[in-house]
Design a protein around this ligand. Sequence first.
Ligand code: ADP
Length: 498
Amino acid sequence: MSGLSVKLKTPHTGEYEQPTGLFINNEWVKGVDGKTFEVINPATEEVITSVHEATEKDVDIAVQAARKAFNGPWRTETPENRGKLLVNLANLFEKNVDILAAVESLDNGKAITMAKGDVGAAVGCLRYYGGWADKIEGKVVDTNHETFNYIRKEPIGVCGQIIPWNFPLLMWAWKIGPAIAAGNVVVLKTAEQTPLSALVAANLVKEAGFPPGVVNIISGFGKVAGAAISSHMDIDKVAFTGSTVVGRQIMKAAAGSNLKKVTLELGGKSPNIVFDDADIENAISWVNFGIYFNHGQCCCAGSRVYVQEGIYDKFLQRFKERAQQNAVGDPFHPETFQGPQVSQLQFDRIMSYIEHGKSAGATVETGGKRKGDKGYFIEPTIFSNVTEDMKIVQEEIFGPVCSVSKFKTKDEVIALGNNSTYGLAAAVHTTNLNTALEVANSIRAGTVWVNSYNTLHWQLPFGGFKESGIGRELGEAAIENYIQTKTVSIRLGDALFG
Ligand code: ADP
């Protein structure tokens, strides 16, 4: 691996070997153009290392490797063995939890306890899809006496997968799990902000026993490698998680090239609704977790909080106190809840939304400022006195910033909840079952939590209504994204015509 790995250190694990190359055909290679790019530690703003950058030519090479694997022995690999490989991978993730989590914290800035949680969820996801591999079944359909019809569920082929920086390892597992279970091969591009953990995980792919070319992992930029994936003529499907703006570009590129299948998991501006009859302390905990978990860098973040008028003042006061108690700081400190935002660019974007909220006349109840003078830390921020037309209420901020508004009636809050172009998630906090069900059924979103928030699970489908996406991640639903249906119709009787 000479020149394709470096020795790095994390405060959690000490020294480790960090791969820096492109993982193609189970081998570490440099990019054809010999380019590299720097990876920044968001907690210190210092360069961690440089990794090799994939350009269009490298995407091509990775696609060729994947195609060769798909057309080769992988095509006839038994479902049982595909399942075994995913379970092996899950076990290796479990065994390597400390190093995977530490690299994630180093590169992404998330708190080490949260990073360990992400690895645990990645293990669950990979193991779950390992279990799915031999349960993808077709069926027989009777049309008449002279015909035998069977429906096969076949893999789509070479899948391009483009993942974001907010949950690098978890998105890696969400994408690779169902694709492999269904018999596909993948070329996965990580986000340019956070390439490191996926490369450590790539070594585990090889160790788990995957044949060459089945899983290929590349680092690179969206406009270069990402664009090359979405417009590639020999990629059969592209799966993307990221912003709605880029999701549109990917769909256009797919339409303009070979009409590859597209699934998109995009942004959100999710309502978190608290009724007068809610258990208020419980609701505050979930609202706090709903917006500040992962530093607000969640597509399903509960960024629009609506509180019924009877408890509004009390709720706001207590929520403010709660937000101020969140431990913001060094991702490697075991007590830290909120680390830095991922990059200078994201930091600047969030701060500009905060400034916009202030100048539009909203009140900063708490936060609203940078924390410290090094690293991209932002104080947990709450706005009140907002109006529905404000940018901070309409647009995805992707940071630790929420708005709190007052409502009177159930019908009013359902309308407010649905007043968004997004529809990824929502939550309702109430002790009244009828209220819970009516709101849950009326909100146009892919997931609605009742008396909780962010409790995603690999067995439960996740994805967007409206402009929050196309297709579903997780659960049985994600398998649907990676199979295509073939009808085989066998004529048993005599020729029909003549
Ligand atoms: P964010 O704005 O939050 O950084 P993006 O949607 O830009 O999120 O990025 C998510 C992923 O999409 C990353 O892997 C990024 O490299 C990739 N990406 C960005 N632009 C493009 C593009 N034009 N085509 C394909 N992929 C892209």
